[in-house]
Design a protein around this ligand. Structure first.
Ligand code: NAP
Length: 348
């Protein structure tokens, strides 16, 4: 911490260092390193930048990176075939599908097709379900919310028995953040877009911990914060700034200056939660690699059956099977392409 400002970059650097040590240990012991496959569909510039950053980060800690870049026009069957190929590839221990997917592709179907044992993003319903249930643990927890928890823990901020508010309830940040806080015995309230603003303010003012993940620039004001509370600001919102060459700058969901004056601890934007997301992705991948290499992956028979049932829904329909050639040709072609597309340093 610098004063009351949490240094997310420093915590993330430490996690990357620990992950690199784990990867080196696995390589020395088993002669293999963990592998992460990143699937991207379409040409969105922001998604391509995130994917490049993830691949570079993998290389830096010694994780092997695999990639499949599909065009915007790719069909759902083609995307599912790529996922299936990575599910079957023993050198791949983590699979990540970059979101958002093009509108014609069913995100649920694609995320649900990732093997639960390789779901390093933690978005598979089985992993989210386990996160929600008492006495169960997911194989993976979504990276951004877990990054928030690690920041709290490593900064020595108590969670058990404290009042926590999560602003936002999305599947990728707010909802899993609330589940995680609940698992760590905080008393959790979630506010969302239907919560009247005055009520959100009053609820936040009672909180010892605020996780702000609404995607609303500077929504949480100083008046919303209980003196001494911890604020983890997930938001990354561009606002106009004529002093910058780009014409904009990024701000969080909390008004930093106002909140910093009242809070006991606060993450900046940028430099707070952002660097943690990739660091946790690397750590999740290394943990997955370790589970596979040591043979410790444990998924119960019932859950396997459940997963197979889910996958069965994704298989071609009777009508498609009546003329299977186009489906099979697409699936085999894309799967082969994906396997061949192993990304190596410098190639991208
Ligand atoms: P999202 O899918 O748009 O969800 C936003 C959530 O905030 C929704 O649950 C929404 O409520 C709620 N919300 C919207 N306006 C609100 C308001 N005025 N008061 C209270 N709640 C409100 O966004 P997301 O994917 O969760 O991302 C949230 C923010 O985090 C974004 O700025 C995003 O860029 C950032 N982010 C950062 C990282 C990182 O690594 N740093 C990673 C992921 C996301 P409803 O459910 O009622 O619609």
């Amino acid at each position: 911490m610098n004063g009351n400002v949490i240094d997310g970059k420093a915590v993330a650097a430490k996690i990357r260092e620990e992950t690199a040590a784990k990867v080196a240990e696995l390589k020395a012991k088993y002669g293999k390193v963990p592998g992460l496959a990143v699937v991207i569909v379409g040409e969105r510039k922001d998604s391509q930048t995130y994917v490049r950053m993830k691949k570079k980060a993998c290389e830096e800690v010694g994780i092997a990176s695999f990639g499949a870049d599909l065009p915007e026009s790719a069909t759902q069957a083609e995307v599912l075939a790529v996922v299936a190929a990575f599910n079957a590839n023993p050198d791949v221990h983590g699979i990540l599908v970059q979101l958002p997917l093009p509108k014609h592709i069913d995100e649920q179907a694609v995320l649900g097709a990732i093997s639960v044992e390789k779901d390093v993003d933690g978005f598979h319903p089985l992993n989210i379900g386990r996160l929600a249930m008492k006495g169960r643990e997911p194989l993976f927890t979504p990276c951004t919310p877990l990054g928030c928890m690690v920041l709290l823990e490593r900064c020595g901020i108590p969670i058990k028995g404290r009042r926590a508010v999560v602003v936002g309830r999305s599947n990728i940040v707010g909802m899993p953040a609330a589940l995680l806080l609940n698992k760590r015995d905080a008393t959790v309230t979630v506010v969302h877009s239907a919560t009247p603003k005055a009520e959100a303010e009053a609820i936040c003012r009672q909180a010892d911990i605020i996780i702000a993940a609404a995607g609303q620039a500077q929504l949480v004001r100083g008046s919303w914060v209980k003196p001494g509370a911890a604020i983890i600001d997930v938001g990354t919102n561009p606002i106009d700034d004529k002093t910058k060459a780009s014409g904009y700058r990024l701000v969080g969901d909390a008004h930093f200056d106002e909140c910093k004056a009242v809070a006991g601890a606060i993450t900046p934007v940028p430099g707070g939660v952002g660097p943690m997301t990739i660091a946790i992705l690397l750590r999740n991948t290394a943990e997955s690699g370790e589970r596979f290499l040591t043979g410790a992956v444990k998924v119960s028979g019932a859950e396997k059956k459940q997963e197979r049932k889910g996958l069965a829904k994704l298989l071609p329909t009777r009508e498609q099977l009546a003329s299977p050639l186009p489906v099979l040709a697409a699936a085999v072609g894309v799967a082969a392409g994906a396997v061949l597309q192993r990304a190596t340093a410098g190639r991208r």
